[in-house]
Design a binder for this molecule. Structure first.
Ligand code: HEM
Length: 450
């Protein structure tokens, strides 16, 4: 283990700090996009919805990816008790990501696209990302040393890193005419790669949370128990095959849909396990609730529960036909990326702060606690409004009465108003948590410069 009071402001922490800045900027773009639901002319000349949405989505997706890389680097070193084998390579990796992300966001502002949904930047900019990821893989494997008798979180990190590279490259297969020229194959591969990619970053994040839970509880067995490995293989199978629910609406082979439906249902197993351990989690959470990172883990646990219910409902083909392409799906995407990924990553960020030698003032904790509650409550309202908007739109899509699109959007207005207002409160809540955190990270950094 690294010493707890670690003065050094490492590259790993730089990754996390950059992630936190991307999260803040990304949420502001999200707010802009939500405002454009209601006021279509808002900033239309400068940043129309076509630009605002990718700015938001890319910034928050990079928040997840960049912060996950920083967390894996930090926890790998803590687990190993050794520094990274190639610290300079980690710095190069960081600079590659930083410069590429800045380029991507600027290119959106100028209306330069050329990519596909979620990766809407020019495909040329995918190259440095792939190179940066290869550096990550090399540094991880060499710093790890051996694969013998490793706990489950090490396997999760390795699987996540290897498969992210694979799915990321797969998501660019459309550049080859063989895939591009057949729309069904093209869309199948495209959506499959996105579904699996989410599974890969979940591996990085879930692995880090198992490590953190071990660290907080001091129980070294959790990451080596047979149940931990059963959960790992279930997650891995889902990573490989669960994407089928993304393609229910495509006229592709039926066996793909049946297999993936069955696989999606294995998530019920994880679901059952979560309920089973819920009681323990609650009691532990109560005992440790003063530790900020534990609080974030407890929040993520709550959101895992809600999102799994929604995901399982959406995996039923007869329901998926209705919800596909509506705000029901957006609720699922944002519910998981905010409720689960963001809270877990924040729990790591708070833990890394605890590893710095700068203590926060009690007033900062009051702000964080307040921010925590208003974020969760507003997220619940935000998520429910998107679900209701999705159900209303699904009803419109399937209705025999041909109501005009504009009339339908006007009917959805109360839901969008709620999304916007809850979104504003949620951003304030996040910023109340992030401000003391970022301030402390900078304080820790400035001290190393003494
Ligand atoms: C941690 C913070 C956030 C994360 C991780 C996040 C993530 C995402 C993701 C992944 C999408 C793509 C959804 C899809 O295509 O299904 C999305 C879309 C969107 N988000 Fe967020 N979001 C966050 C915060 C916000 C906030 C605070 C607002 C508004 C106040 C917002 C408004 C939107 C809007 C309007 C869209 C576009 C939905 C559409 O295409 O109609 N987001 N967000």
């Amino acid at each position: 283990m690294e010493p707890l009071h670690n003065k050094h402001f490492s590259t790993a922490k730089l990754f996390v700090l950059t992630g936190l800045l991307l999260l803040s900027v990304g949420m502001i773009f999200g707010l802009g996009a939500a405002a454009q639901y209601i006021l279509p002319n808002f900033l239309k000349q400068q940043l129309s919805f076509e630009k605002m949405r990718p700015l938001h989505v890319s910034a928050v997706v990079f928040w997840i990816i960049v912060a996950a890389m920083g967390s894996v680097f930090t926890y790998l070193q803590q687990y190993n008790g050794k520094k990274l084998r190639f610290p300079l390579l980690a710095k190069v990796q960081f600079m590659i990501f930083l410069i590429t992300i800045i380029f991507i966001l600027i290119s959106y502002c100028f209306g330069e696209f050329g990519g596909r949904e979620y990766w809407e930047f020019h495909p040329f900019l995918a190259m440095p990302i792939a190179v940066g990821w290869i550096l990550f893989l090399i540094n991880f494997i060499v710093s790890l040393g051996t694969l013998k008798k490793q706990p489950v979180y090490v396997w999760m990190w390795l699987t996540g890193i290897v498969f992210f590279l694979f799915t990321f490259l797969e998501s660019y297969l459309w550049l080859l005419p063989y895939f591009r020229n057949n729309i069904i194959n093209d869309m199948t591969v495209q959506w499959k790669s996105y579904g699996s990619m989410v599974g890969t970053w979940n591996m990085l994040i879930y692995g880090s949370s198992i490590f953190l839970m071990e660290k907080i509880s001091g129980n070294k067995e959790a990451g080596r128990s047979p149940m931990a490995f059963v959960l790992y293989f279930t997650g891995f199978t889902n990573l490989l095959f669960n994407w089928g629910h993304h393609i229910y609406t495509l006229p592709t082979h039926q066996y793909i849909q049946y297999v993936s439906y069955a696989i999606s249902m294995t998530e019920l197993f994880i679901f059952g396990r979560i309920i089973y351990t819920w009681r323990t989690t609650i009691s532990t959470a109560q005992r440790h609730f003063h530790i900020m990172s534990f609080r974030m883990l407890a929040a993520a646990d709550f959101w895992v529960f809600l999102n799994l219910v929604q995901a399982i409902v959406m995996s039923i083909p007869a329901i998926n036909v209705y919800t596909h392409g509506t705000h029901f799906t957006v609720a699922h995407t944002m519910g998981t990326t905010i409720g689960i990924n963001t809270f877990l990553l924040l729990s790591f960020a708070f833990d890394m702060l605890h590893d710095s030698d700068v203590q926060m003032k009690p007033s900062a904790f009051v702000l964080i606690r307040f921010g925590f509650w208003i974020t969760n409550i507003s997220l619940l309202v935000f998520w429910l409004s998107l679900i209701f908007a999705g159900i209303a739109k699904a009803h419109w899509q399937m209705s025999a009465e041909r109501t005009a699109f504009n009339t339908m959007m006007e009917q959805l207005r109360p839901y969008f108003d709620t999304v916007l207002n809850a979104g504003i409160v949620m951003i304030v809540g996040f910023l109340l948590m992030l401000y003391p955190l970022v301030k402390n990270l900078f304080k820790a950094y400035l001290r190393t410069e003494d």
